[in-house]
Design a binder for this molecule. Structure first.
Ligand code: SAM
Ligand code: SF4
Length: 326
């Protein structure tokens, strides 16, 4: 088992398949020119599967594929297939644009739920955020996944002055549709021009929703990062991920493998362990993994605390989100 020095057991691995993406979301990708990692420096398909197996041997029973955009990875179909036979639940976080090409693979792999990112319900704003004109493609693929019986969670990064005026519209969407909307507090990463005054907090989001709807909290799992709620008569539900205003580090069970094979024990850690190079030399990486987990800080990578209003993002040493794998 992968237990850290605070007794937290890590059974959830997020694997980034690539830092490449067909979108350019301004809150994720650095504004300055960003060079995607060359393919030779990425974990190759068999390396991803072998390292995932190693983590499963060490107690991981939940794997999420992410990126960058995971469906930009050439062998994504084969990777999904190979990972689906491991004794771990498999899920994916995606921008949704290519899901129609992989619907059969997803169903065949037994994937039950997918997280799809969509920050606005307005086409023009979608283009402003992602720099791509693919709003309809994403909306259509959300419907496609729901029709295939896949549970869809829609990730919405809420930013003041950008899409906070749409919170209610997203909640309205849950009235007739079996979608779960996850409002995510805007987080600081290298190059994303985060400022504390752009964060809309969990409490502010709930206040806004309560002006129009009464809602009740749903039962959460101890490891859930999202606080979930339902509105009577609505087919769907919603939740808030309060990383900035009320972090959930004390029950964290997550670790991350970047597309270039580095293990990160926290989204905000600046401590990384290269697993790919020793793996390529034929070395056993078990000790390296365990040592990395033992280095995990109590909260937020040891880089800040929940008094985010005073946070200077320039003091955080990290990668950009697209290069971590969110
Ligand atoms: N490309 C896929 C997607 O967009 O869903 C997967 C990778 S993306 C990095 C994973 C998640 O991180 C997305 O839901 C995205 O909205 C979220 N994300 C990216 N930058 C963020 C930020 N600065 N604050 C909060 N969430 C962020
Ligand atoms: Fe690409 Fe997802 Fe980042 Fe947007 S949030 S740039 S879709 S990786």
């Amino acid at each position: 088992m992968l237990t850290d020095s605070f007794g937290r057991i890590h059974n959830y691995l997020r694997i980034s398949l690539t830092d490449n993406c067909n979108f350019r979301c301004f809150y994720c990708m650095p504004e300055d020119d960003y060079d995607f990692t060359p393919p030779a420096r990425l974990m190759q398909k068999d390396e991803i599967v072998a390292l995932a197996k190693k983590f499963v041997e060490l107690g991981v029973n939940k794997i999420r594929l992410t990126g960058g955009e995971p469906f930009m990875r050439k062998e994504v179909g084969e990777i999904i297939q190979d990972l689906s036979v491991l004794p771990a639940s498999l899920s994916i976080t995606t921008n949704g644009t290519r899901l129609h090409e992989f619907a059969a693979t997803i169903v065949h792999a037994g994937i039950k739920g997918i997280n799809i990112s969509l920050d606005t319900l307005q086409r023009e704003k979608f283009i402003f955020i992602t720099k791509r004109d693919q709003y309809e493609a994403v909306k259509n693929n959300i419907s496609l996944m729901i029709n295939k019986g896949i549970h869809v969670k829609v990730n919405v990064v809420v930013m003041k002055g950008v899409n906070d005026d749409e919170i209610i519209h997203f909640v309205e969407w849950t009235k007739e549709h079996h979608v779960h909307i996850r409002f995510i507090e805007f987080m600081p990463f290298t190059g994303n021009r985060w400022t504390s005054n752009k964060v809309i907090t969990w409490e502010e989001i709930l206040d806004l929703i309560s002006e129009k709807y009464s809602f009740v909290p749903l039962k959460n799992d101890i490891h859930d990062t999202a606080k979930s709620y339902s509105i009577q008569g609505h087919a769907g539900s919603f939740s808030v991920i309060s990383t900035m205003s009320a972090p959930f580090c004390s029950s964290c069970n997550r670790i991350r493998l970047t597309a270039d094979g580095k293990l990160k024990n926290c989204l905000f850690s600046n401590y990384e362990t290269d697993l790919l190079t020793p793996y390529r030399k034929g070395e056993d990486v078990t000790d390296l993994i365990q040592k990395n987990i033992l280095q995990k800080k109590k909260e937020l990578g040891g880089q800040f605390n929940n008094a985010f209003e005073d946070l200077n993002p320039d003091t955080i040493l990290n990668r950009s989100m697209i290069n971590i794998g969110g």
